[in-house]
Design a protein around this ligand. Structure first.
Ligand code: 3BY
Ligand code: FES
Ligand code: FE
Length: 422
């Protein structure tokens, strides 16, 4: 582990990969994590290398790359990445790093180009990453084919785009097969992002995820969301009432009749999909619970599809309703800073101002995101104290958090042990 020594010299805490493994092996699994997991710079670096650079990450939607040359860029820690639709209409991903002297090639968050041209000395790449122009000054023995952009694994399913920076990414196909099936009614290739928000929360990325994985805090914090959201995520929730279960059964019969998938499917703790009804009398996560977009998505006929929740660790949760879909992406920026991106999608033919009003569409989750941000930031402030010690999760209200932390711990230990044996 060459880079471990370098990083260690820079660190004040001196936490090593071995220390991380030991802390995870020794942790109390029903308690929050030890302090360094939430604020230590070196541990953050290890998180980025072992989790974000090795797992599959949800980065955007195929409808954001509708035509040849459309691209989006994302930064995974210190790794700028470009995702582009190539000249053959396929989605590809590359390290956004010029093979000349390493400049970033695409500087915009999204756009459309004929070729990928580096702004520094105009080395020019085909949309499939091949270097096609490097000026006339590179010498006779210069071989352009040795200097293609470095590829990154990419897969799509149901309109969702995933990348992995790993050399050998973990298996994701079984989840993608389910995802494609569950997203089929939405026809996301023919959707559009109506609006997107990006907020930076001054909290570690794991606190953002932990906060999302429980609704223990909902009553105290989310009045707008609770106009439509039913707290329970599943009929298997230990607190689910008979009334709730009967409500779910009635809705499921309607969904079956319309061939709308709803059964809970999970792939380990990393991925799950389930459709749950919203509160009786509401069909969408809007302030009054009515449709936020008059035109329904894809082939959907009834607005009353509840919300299909898609969880993809480490970086996304989603709500797909009949009229719109909300996708969330969590991007760590530093030990105590996390970018939360929210995209509201509607049918591509829905007309702004006629079928939907952006302010109305985004209002509930803007409010919810702001409330969650404050909760995560206050959580971070307390955790930074010398008084912090791991505290117990509720096994009924916070089993989703326990699942997330278990997944994190297992993945981290797994990646660390693979590495040590290399
Ligand atoms: O994303 C959600 O549905 C919610 C918000 C609060 C709890 N969590 C499961
Ligand atoms: Fe890209 Fe020189 S660094 S062309
Ligand atoms: Fe919340």
């Amino acid at each position: 582990m060459g880079n471990l020594i370098d990083i260690k010299q820079l660190s004040s805490s001196g936490i090593s990969r071995q220390d991380v493994a030991k802390m995870l092996q020794d942790r109390n699994p029903t308690y929050s994590l030890p302090q360094p997991f939430y604020n230590d710079p070196l541990l953050f670096q290890i998180d980025m290398e072992e989790i974000y650079c090795k797992e599959w990450l949800f980065v955007g939607l195929t409808c954001e790359l509708p035509a040849k040359g459309n691209f989006i860029t994302v930064d995974i820690g210190s790794n700028p990445i470009i995702v582009v639709r190539n000249q053959h209409n396929e989605i590809q991903a590359f390290h956004n790093v010029c093979r000349h002297r390493g400049s970033k090639v695409c500087l915009q968050p999204k756009g459309k180009v004929a070729k990928l041209v580096c702004p520094y000395h105009q080395w020019t790449y085909e949309l499939d990453g091949q270097l096609i122009f490097a000026g006339t000054e590179m010498g006779d023995d210069f071989c352009k084919s040795n200097f293609s952009l470095k590829p990154v694994h990419v897969k799509t399913a149901g309109g969702y785009v995933f990348i992995s920076l790993a050399e050998n990414p973990p298996e994701i196909e079984p989840f993608l097969k389910d995802l494609a099936h569950y997203l089929e009614p939405y026809d996301l290739d023919n959707a559009k992002v109506a609006v997107e928000s990006n907020i930076v929360e001054k909290a570690n990325w794991k606190l953002v995820l932990e906060n999302n994985r429980e609704c223990y805090h909902c009553n105290g914090s989310h009045p707008e969301l609770l106009n439509s959201l039913l707290e329970w995520d599943d009929t298997t929730d230990p607190r689910a009432s008979n009334e709730f279960k009967a409500h779910v059964a009635r809705k499921q019969a309607d969904w079956d009749a319309e061939k709308i998938p709803h059964q809970h499917v999970s792939h380990g703790l990393r991925n799950r999909i389930v459709r749950m009804p919203l509160m009786e009398g509401t069909v969408s996560m809007t302030m009054n619970g009515k449709q936020g977009c008059k035109k329904l998505m894809g082939r959907i006929k009834s607005p009353d599809l509840g919300s299909m929740r898609i969880l993809h660790l480490p970086n996304s949760w989603n709500h797909a309703m009949g009229d719109h879909l909300i996708a969330f992406i969590v991007t760590p920026l530093s030990p105590q800073e996390t970018l939360v991106t929210t995209k509201w999608l509607v049918h591509k033919d829905a007309v702004e101002g006629v079928d939907y009003d952006v302010e109305n569409l985004r209002k509930v989750w803007d409010a919810t995101n702001a409330q969650d941000r404050k909760l995560a930031e206050d959580n971070q402030s307390g955790i930074n104290s010398m008084a912090y010690e791991p505290g117990p999760y509720s096994k009924t209200y916070e089993f989703g958090v326990i699942n997330f932390v278990d997944w994190y711990s297992e993945s981290m230990l797994n990646h660390l042990s693979t590495q040590n044996s290399e």
